[in-house]
Design a protein around this ligand. Structure first.
Ligand SMILES: Cc1cc2nc3c(=O)[nH]c(=O)nc-3n(C[C@H](O)[C@H](O)[C@H](O)COP(=O)(O)O)c2cc1C
Length: 240
């Protein structure tokens, strides 16, 4: 007689594969400093983009486009736009936070051999997209899911990704010749790395630490937390 799987486990991945998924999630980092100049082979880049293309999307609209950027002139123009916005962003902080912000390395636009802009075309499936009627931003949410798939698949391949959002959209769209209705959702620096840090760069720099999961989980209503729930989530984590 065949062994009957425990409830809910029938479709679980084998333990090693499950571990791999969680490992990629936990060991994914936003990379800015450790890029190596080695080119990413087209076949591997295709795999990463295909992972992105298999993200969930509202109404299955697949609103994304991917602009693969290697040209140094284009990357230089984006870096200039970053430097301008960095000055503007720094002015939003008071000292000593401002100096701390300016000391952070927040992009690897010219260090990484490849940059990727992930764009969202809200017109992709006509004006009425299944599931988008109440929340128009769901097309952008879908595009963020594609970014995350790309990021995790890249980690699994030993490739680092860094998201640069310190950029004015208008500037980025002008440089990349992105047409008016299309949204430039993410600008990513992509490349092999010398190492992946154990902790986020911002944590190591003393900017911010990870919030406890137990503080974030509510039950049934916003803000409701029973001691039992806090205890259950306080020690969460680890391998399956
Ligand atoms: C939408 C978004 C925008 C981000 N923009 C920047 C950025 O402009 N520069 C930067 O250095 N990191 C940026 N990051 C990376 C975060 O700082 C990073 O994810 C966070 O500090 C946690 O670190 P980890 O990704 O290594 O876990 C961005 C991340 C996201 C999701």
């Amino acid at each position: 007689m065949n062994a009957v799987p425990k409830t809910g486990e029938a479709h679980a991945l084998p333990t090693e594969e499950r571990r791999g998924v969680y490992r990629a999630i936990h060991e994914r980092r936003d990379v800015r400093s450790q890029f190596l100049p080695d080119q990413i082979p087209d076949q591997i880049l295709a795999r990463l983009l295909d992972a992105a293309h298999h993200a969930p999307s509202v109404g299955f609209m697949q609103p994304w486009n991917f602009i693969v950027i290697r040209d140094r002139g284009v990357r230089g123009a984006v870096r200039d736009a970053f430097l301008q916005e960095r000055v503007r962003a720094a002015a939003l902080y008071d000292e000593p936070r401002r100096s701390q912000f300016l000391a952070l390395k927040l992009e690897g636009i010219l260090d990484a051999p490849l940059n990727l802009c992930v764009a969202c075309d809200p017109t992709r499936d006509g004006p009425h997209v299944l599931g988008r009627s109440a929340v128009p931003e769901t097309d952008v949410y879908s595009t963020c899911c594609a970014v995350q798939n790309f990021w995790l698949a890249a980690r699994a391949e030993g490739i680092g990704v860094g998201w640069v959002s310190i950029l004015q959209s208008v500037e980025l769209k002008r440089i990349l010749e992105i047409p008016a209705p299309v949204i430039a959702v993410a600008y990513l620096c992509v490349g092999y790395v010398s190492d992946f840090s154990d902790t986020p760069d911002l944590e190591r720099a003393g900017w911010r630490t990870r919030v406890s999961l137990a503080d974030l989980v509510f039950e049934d209503r916003w803000g409701r937390q029973e001691a039992r729930v806090r205890t259950a989530f306080a020690g969460m984590g680890g391998a399956p």
